[in-house]
Design a protein. Sequence first.
Lengths: 120, 628
Amino acid sequence: MDKTVLICDDAIFMRTMLGDILRRAGFQVVGEAATGAEAVELYRQLKPALVTMDIVMPDMGGIDAVRAIVSEFPEARILMCSAMGQQALVVEAIEAGARDFVVKPFQPSRVLEAVQRVLG
Amino acid sequence: MDLSRYFDLYLAETEENLRALSRALLALEAGEGKGALEAAFRAAHTIKGVAAAMGFETVAAEAHRLEDMLTEVRSGRRPADPAWVDAMLAVADALEAAVAESVERGPSAEALEESEGPAEPFDAGAGADLEADAVAGFAEDAELVAAVILSKDTPLRAARAAVIRRRLSELVPVLGSWPPDPSEHVNRPLLVFLGRDGDRAALEAAVRGAGDVERVEFIVPMRYSRPAGPATGPKPKQPARPDRDAEAGRAHGRTVRVDAGRLDEISDGIAELAVVAGRLVAQLSPEVPAALAETARRIARQVEEIQAAALALRMVPVREVFDRLPRVVRDAARALDKEVDFRIEGQDVELDRAILEELTDPLVHLLRNAVAHGLEEPEERLATGKPVRGLLRLSAVRDRSSVRIVVEDDGRGIDPERVRRRARELGIDVPPGTELTGEALLRVIGRPGFSTAEKVTEVSGRGVGLDAVLERVRALGGAVAMETKPGVGTSFQLTLPVTLAVTHALRVQVAGEDYVLPLTHVTEAIDLRDARVTRTEGGEFVDVRGEPLPLVRLGQVLAADGAGEESAAVITAVGERRGALAVDRLVGRERILVKGFDAAAGTLPIFSGATLLGDGRPALVLDPTSVL
């Protein structure tokens, strides 16, 4: 099973933490993006099995990145990462084509459950 | 958009929420704090959302006003003191009036008007309301509804709902979901409206795969419509049996809401059918072929079973009316500066909805009366060594085929001397020797226009009332008894038949005519031929196991010619009053359907209705209260 993942978040701290959780579960982090535009570009290059996407990022937010990726690659499996107060944005992202979401602060078990669902 | 099919739902849910709101506001005042505040919020919010979806703007606006006032409390800007609760209750009243008006106007009247001009937005809640407005649109076209219970701790429930919608939409068209923001309705199932039915297992797997899903059930929406136009058809005053968990029940297909008027039609129809079936069996003679007779009997049995089921549908817990009464007592107490400890017992006792609906006014009257005249002023209570807070108790108890409702206070009791004086002023004849207690007293104070209150108060009315209470209860086939002890308190006992639909009655014969006596008031029947009857100045008494009971000869009461030999007596009990009604013959027990009737003025007030007997003959129903 392809366990490649692209992590998109403007905060290094978050990318690191998420990367640790995923690596420990046997994922291979093939790329990290700090902006929406980077995320789209890296997806094209890497075609990872999974993308984790922050919502608020500079230079194209997470939602627009989801739209861009999904319009080009409808089979893309994107997991949104959101804060508690961003419910409406998460709804929008899912309607734009994201498959699932996790809420910060990350609990490893919940992250992995969500990943399972997205890949399942 | 045709909203009329949602009208019953709107009404039923809104009335439930109005009651919840009133309960919560009173609890808030009583210091129950956060829980009560949130309950009030939820109720106001739901009323607003549903009303907005129905296009009832006034209702939505009043509910919104109330939400604002609750926000003041939640934010700590105002304490939930009596003054502020008063203000909120006033808005709750306005809200209730707006709901009543929306009922008058009927479904979609406002919704249509609304479509002619731009809707006025309600500032803060506008977004949610617009979404609420949309639900009726997609719910209408749904072929299947997925009811999803999310785990209690699901974060971002609206987002989870979006995931569920998304996953389902890969299988069938998804029209939308409800509530618009599931985060605010944690206890409600999420309803996802699907445009097409599909492989249930696949649909369920899709939902479960979305995560945080505790339970999924699929419901095929029931299509039902009201008779065309708001003007026709019975107006549903009360929701048909709102279970406490009706919300969840509906989502799981266990409960349906039905217009109360339609339920009545059906149960009345079945009751008539039962009487006809009974008649059919009664007419079976030995010449009737056995197979035919057996079929007839089977029909009768079957009808009886259906009838029992239909009867159960008519029953509602007294809670539906009792729930409104704390508010009545509170308002009366506040207006009169009295402190009242109001306790309710037996809320779950069930009663025919038709009877219960008729009881609101009498109970309101008795309670207000108790607060205004029964319970003393705080100073007077202190002076007599009573607790400052007066005790007012309302209870319901099931007793065989009747329900007893008691309104009891620990107030000053009714002073027979004052009643006697007042009676004299009014020219009511009270024989000097009469001891004015219990029923004799009730007979006097139950006269129209009788009131001993020196000052007429806003709360207790103006001498109208007790007679109306007695009349109403009697019209329902019930009886009122009263007990009072000066300085100790007063209690009113209302005994009511459990149901109006069909009554078991005893059929008797007097002077060749048949009459029936409701079994509600019959305790036993005795053979009069070997009973000991004694004659005193106060009348005749018959000895029943050592107890002398007043003997009433029905033949004389009815002034019937050709009264035959009285062979039996029916022992009747109404409250504490007992008596023996002498009749020519006992015919037997019957199931009767009583039709209330308006007796012509001047006729004997001893009948409460008329009925058709098993053999098709009409008979009058005797009212034991008046006979005794």
